[in-house]
Design a protein around this ligand. Structure first.
Ligand SMILES: [Zn+2]
Length: 615
């Protein structure tokens, strides 16, 4: 969504920041799928229809046979599926994958993600591992790689330099370069941000048409991001294969579904993200679901509870639900997709919400399940999956109860298999629980020194601190930026003190979230949450070149995005006191880091801080 203008670039940018600092855990399972098994007496939703009771025999990562009372060799392990429903592993048709995305997806029964824009190097690495039969505990990835957008258009704001284009003549070379990089399909952005009350350059329709033709010439599908209904009409008429989103700016025109139908296109509504765009945190109900919560990381929980800031225009997810109803009545292929990990969504888990929203829009539960299995498999020509039938991949999801009647039953997961290998959900759950316990413990124990309140007065001539990890340089170079920063203990502190800490450097405008400055952490290591809630505010003295600077506060519950407050640094020492609550309402119970930084505006910065305290 162009919608995300600001909010998303922050998510994306800070996520890179966070991931680089926290060394994401990749689980690289190797194939061990030579032994077969049979699931007996389960209700089977085969991607299209329900078989009331049947058996599914899996051998060497593939489905060997489907039927009743299957005769299998005695040594084959049998799993009793009575009372359960077996489904094809689910496909999320709109995500942005990086970090632990694919691991989280598979935990929740999503065995394939169709990524609509990520770092090309990440996609290449994952696909190499997939080809080697590794990554069996990660959802299978298909990716657009880099998206097609105009210079300065949506997609360029994330800090990753991407090749743009602006005329039809560049289309074939652009598409061929993506295919050479490994793009499985071509994602195109047509969004001038007006649906959200903004302005942004976007591709003209001639260039879009040329891109679609160039992709088709090479046998690739095109999926289009649009922000408003008017653009949806235009891109479908230009020959697009599918819409990567529905619009939330208006109810559907009477002929909308007819137009899509006439052009044999498909639609990925992404109601989940549209809900968050309309100001409702889409994932809130997922967080309180006892079947799902134990598998959610603290960061995902924070993300699921978030929505986009209110836009000045009247956007409503309800418009999109009406459009889905119209499309479904016209038998337009509808594909379940979430746009995770945008605010209000997380990988894997949000597809369960998407199914619920599709049913709310008028799909039967079985139709919604097809939207997450056979329909995307057919639309994206993934002929080896999305259905339970002999010869198909043994990507499977076993759940308790009957989601073909009650869609919420998809959340009560018994087992997930990728290529016949069962995902070790129990270990994952234990890891998540342990991490949560540790952070709770850390957050409960305030370190010695908090009571006295003084963090640093620099009187000993060093950038150290009375407790926690002393001040260290932090710049956006870890996220691909070019900003530079230096710190130096200088003579002449506030209140007649001997010393202060001077921060100087240059913010490079290359990143929209550019920063450079210093970071301090209250615990033994950066980002370890510590309970500072016995204090109410952060105070410090500052003087400087007259520029506006920022205090950033990372909290565990705030996830990967720091809360920030700006301050002015003038020629005379001035005391600044910032209540914890001014940082997105935190009470300070789980602070992982505090930063003083310049940026994001480009240019030189020079300011001093002194007598930094908790009060
Ligand atoms: Zn997206």
């Amino acid at each position: 969504m162009q919608s995300r203008l600001r909010a998303t670039f922050k998510v994306f940018g800070w996520m890179i920041f966070f991931l680089l600092l926290s060394a994401p855990a990749f689980f690289l399972a190797k194939a061990n799928n030579t032994t077969g098994f049979v699931i007996r007496n389960a209700r089977i939703f085969d991607g299209h229809k329900v078989i009331d009771q049947g058996d599914v025999w899996v051998e060497s990562g593939r489905i060997k046979e489907v039927g009743r009372g299957l005769k299998v060799p005695a040594e084959i392990k049998a799993i009793d599926g009575a009372g359960d429903t077996l489904l094809p592993g689910m496909i999320d048709s709109h995500t942005h994958a990086w970090g632990d995305a694919l691991k989280e997806a598979e935990i929740f029964g999503v065995t394939t993600e169709l990524d609509m824009f990520t770092d090309v190097k990440y996609a290449q690495q994952i696909k190499k591992e997939q080809a080697e039969d590794r990554d069996l505990d990660l959802a299978d990835l298909r990716s657009a790689g880099t998206l097609a957008t105009a210079p300065g258009g949506h997609g360029t704001e994330y800090g990753i330099p991407i090749p743009t284009l602006s005329s039809p003549g560049e289309a074939q070379a652009w598409v061929d370069a993506r295919i050479a990089e490994g793009s499985d399909f071509i994602k195109i952005v047509v969004d001038d941000a007006s649906a959200y009350g903004g302005h942004r350059p976007t591709l003209n329709i001639g260039t879009v048409k040329a891109l679609i033709e160039a992709a088709h010439k090479r046998g690739k599908l095109t999926v289009i991001h649009i922000g408003k209904q008017e653009d949806a009409h235009k891109v479908i008429e230009a020959g697009a294969d599918g819409l990567a989103h529905l619009f939330a700016d208006s109810p559907p025109d009477a002929d909308f579904a007819g137009l899509i139908k006439a052009h044999h296109a498909f639609v990925v509504p992404t109601l989940s993200v549209l809900e968050s765009v309309s100001g409702e945190p889409s994932g809130e109900s997922l967080v309180s679901d006892p079947h799902l919560a134990p598998y959610l990381t603290t960061a995902d929980i924070a993300g699921l509870k978030r929505s986009f800031p209110k836009f000045p225009t009247a956007l409503s997810e309800k418009y999109a639900e009406r459009t889905v109803a119209q499309l479904n009545a016209a038998h337009v292929p509808i594909l379940a997709g979430t746009d995770a990990p945008n605010p209000g969504t997380a990988h894997g888990v949000s597809l369960h919400r998407e199914l619920e929203l599709l049913v709310r829009s008028g799909l039967t539960p079985a139709e919604a399940l097809s939207a997450a299995t056979s329909t995307p498999a057919a639309a994206f020509h993934l002929d080896d999956r999305g259905v339970i039938a002999p010869g198909k991949r043994a990507d499977l999801l076993l759940v308790k109860g009957d989601p073909t009647r009650d869609i919420l039953a998809t959340r009560d997961i018994v087992s997930v298999w990728k290529l016949g290998v069962e995902d070790d959900r129990a270990s994952y759950r234990a890891t998540i629980e342990k991490a949560k316990e540790e952070s709770t413990k850390a957050a409960q124990s305030a370190p010695a020194g908090v009571e006295a309140g003084l963090i640093s007065d620099f009187e000993d001539g060093t950038p150290g601190s009375k407790f926690g990890v002393g001040w260290m340089i932090s710049t956006d170079t870890i996220a691909g930026g070019k900003s530079t920063g230096e710190m130096k203990v200088v003579d002449g502190g506030a209140n007649g003190g001997k010393h202060a800490l001077e921060l100087t450097g240059t913010i490079d405008g290359g990143l929209p979230y550019a920063w450079a400055g210093v970071m301090w952490a209250p615990g033994n290591q950066p980002f370890m949450p510590v309970n500072l809630s016995s204090k109410k505010s952060i105070s410090f003295y500052t003087k400087g070149d007259g520029g506006t600077y920022r205090v950033l506060v990372f909290t565990e519950s705030g996830g990967r995005i720091p809360a920030q407050v700006t301050f002015m640094s003038g020629p005379e020492w001035k005391k600044i006191s910032l209540p914890f609550t001014s940082f997105n309402g935190t009470d300070g119970h789980d602070v992982g880091g505090i930063l003083f930084v310049g940026g994001p505006a480009a240019g030189k910065f020079d300011f001093q801080v002194d007598d930094i305290r908790l009060e």
